[in-house]
Ligand binder design. Sequence first.
Ligand SMILES: [Zn+2]
Length: 227
Amino acid sequence: MNLLHELWEALIYFLFPPRCPVCREIVDERYQICSKCAGKILHVDFSNEKFHLIDRVLRVTKYRGGTRDLLRKLKFDNNLRVVPALKKILDDVDRREEILSLLNGIDFVVPVPLHQSRLAERGFNQTEEIFAEWFAKKNLPLKNILIRTVETPRLYSFGKSEREKILSGAFTAVEELDLSGKKILLVDDIFTTGTTCRECAKVLKSLGAEKVFVLAFASDFGKKFDD
Ligand SMILES: [Zn+2]
């Protein structure tokens, strides 16, 4: 039985070798990003820029090439088949010093919410798809305590000041919560100007949160990070 299983695995491997989800190069493990692509996108580092109400921002990858393609497929084509590759990236950075230092002392994690109608249209919150399992493995609870009350247009074509206008007051808490002394980690798929996360942080801090940190899967804030 075991031998048969092994033969079968070998055959599958031979017929469908694992390929890098970005460039299709053959790799060792399924969903693994090849070293060439990983070198271009993996960039675990804290932002040097200060964002009002946000205590620290850490990104995992640059929002370029490979990550941009994968995230676009997930968000705009509703293609959940890219999720294992994104999760694999998170697993690969798991023990990085920056990640450990960010997660140290966090009480719980809050994913940036989608508006209900966007959620209904897409069928899932992409940020939760990417991060939920990873945080579960770390025993860090994910709490959906924020709601997006204003349906906003897709923001990628808007500049910073327009985003601020559009997003002002767009989030609220599910109920009157006491977050006194809590250290909260906001997670988002893409961090651009920081406006979305800042609006979320505003709500959390108004309820007493002591610290609000941000972990973004990808950020194209290239110049503002150590490049
Ligand atoms: Zn590749």
